[in-house]
Design a protein around this ligand. Structure first.
Ligand code: ITT
Length: 194
């Protein structure tokens, strides 16, 4: 079965495709299909609600089953911010990183969690949700050139940021990798019942 990936974020689309393909899920971006998804307004208050809004809108627009990811960084010392507003925390990735480092300047607790909720919306409207989380800490300065978003300041086990890891290393432990592996299990179970 072919899926459309409901995202306007090219970095996220690349990660979704490269994780989905080895687990047997063929996915195309709307751009690859010559379709403009437009701006889907994320009016939800939770990752789950926003993932559902994006997946349903993409399914309706393309007529294909759609996979959407809503994700973000939850920082404990900031009461979970930026959270669902991670994409809107500042204009550019560099500004987001600098703003977060600034907000944490006088905080001792630097623990944080990347969260990802995936919604898969089938053409009959049925929805399947999967969840992934990766725990880490926020660094004092950016390190590494891979990845996107907050990757250069997110340290996971060992002493590396996501941006210092290979794609394979990040996918093996990331919130997105975990959620997509759960989704593949759920889809396998779902279709083995048909
Ligand atoms: P779509 O809604 O079109 O998918 P988006 O970037 O707006 O794209 P979200 O609303 O889910 O997506 O916001 C997620 C933001 O959280 C993203 O823009 C990054 O700033 C951050 N983020 C999520 N996953 C990340 C990751 O693996 N590495 C670094 N930053 C990440």
């Amino acid at each position: 079965m072919k899926f459309v990936i409901a995202t306007n974020n090219q970095n996220k689309a690349n990660e979704l495709k490269r994780i989905l393909e080895p687990i047997g899920i063929t996915a195309q971006t709307p751009a690859m299909m010559g379709i403009d998804l437009g701006d889907i307004e994320e009016t939800g208050e939770t990752f789950r609600e926003n993932a559902e809004i994006k997946a349903e809108a993409a399914m309706k627009k393309t007529g294909l089953p759609a996979i959407a990811d809503d994700s973000g960084l939850m920082v404990d010392a900031l009461g979970g911010r930026p959270g669902v507003l991670s994409a809107r925390y500042a204009d550019t990735d560099e500004e987001k990183i600098n703003k977060l480092i600034g907000e944490l300047m006088d905080k001792e607790d630097r623990t944080a969690h990347f969260v990802c909720v995936i919604c898969c919306c089938m053409t009959n409207g049925e929805k399947i949700f999967a969840y992934g989380q990766c725990d880490g800490t926020i660094g004092f300065a950016p390190r590494g050139n891979n990845g996107f978003g907050y990757d250069p300041i997110f340290f996971v086990e060992g002493n590396k940021t996501f941006a210092e890891m290979t794609d394979h290393q990040k996918d093996a432990m990331s919130h997105r990798g975990k959620a997509l592996r759960e989704l593949s299990e759920l889809l396998l179970n779902r279709f083995s019942k048909d």
